[in-house]
Ligand binder design. Sequence first.
Ligand code: PMV
Length: 324
Amino acid sequence: MGTPVYAFAPGVVKLFGEHAVVYGRPALAAAVSLGIHVEASRHPGDHVEIVPSGTHAEIGRVLLREGSMAAEPDAPSLRAAFRYVAHAVEVASREFGVRGGVRLAIRSDLPQGVGLATSAAVTAATLLALLGVAGHEPSREELARLTYRVEREVQGIASPMDSTVTCMGGTILIEPSGWTRARVGDMRLVLAIVPRTATTGDLVRRVRGLLEAHGDAVERVLDAIGAIVREAVRRVEEGDLEGVGRLMYMNHWLLSALGVGDGRADALVRSLGEAAYGAKISGAGGGGTVVILPRDVGAVMAIARALGFNAVEVDVDLQGARLM
Ligand code: PMV
């Protein structure tokens, strides 16, 4: 049966510039210490078996054989949960001739659907583990290219932000011309999570509608976000947490100006006071994740929880997707 191969890919938090990045402005995002774990092992038969492990172990399994997908139980939610994995399997088969007879056990320590790049992370970890059992270890660049391709083919539209950051790790500046690493020391963050009221696609369309209705005004908001991102990179590299925090608050309220704010996130941002340097909605908005740069972690966690948020403390993951 061969030895199992374990891969990990980190989640991604958007520190600055989401939405504006869709319109050619820069964005800054970081890989975090929570992510997706995939264990791949050889398995009898000619199919790929996908099973959730950890706390979701009982929900069922998905079988892939020659391009067709069967879910047991046959629940649409199970098929939807694994559509990125299924497409990653197809790409690995098309590009590298990886064939069935493989079992993929997948575990997540990321909350799903709240803008932490679970889809990019599960894609990267699946590709890495699957290619690993076939004896191929892609370069980071190759993995990022494949991950982006799977995301784009499943979603129709995606920026390369999540796929680049989950594969490369660290804190990364995304620009239309490509990506560069920001030189950041230790940075602890608190992520506060609330259920989303809209999907990424809905929120991206909402901003596009506003841009179509008020082109000049919205372009200026996007430019202001771009200026915040460029200054934030400098402040982050200088370790000026006070400055970074102020810029986070500015970016937060500009996301509200773009119509993707959320009352619950605003209440948290207003309540942090001296406990934090700064905070902002992270990702597409409409709830989801609020990223907080804490001055006092314990106080931030207590405030977030008192307001009904699930809160976790994370570090920046410096290595990106990897075999373990
Ligand atoms: O919330 P998420 O993780 O889906 O982030 C979306 C980020 C956007 O900038 C709004 C869209 C994108 O593709 O960059």
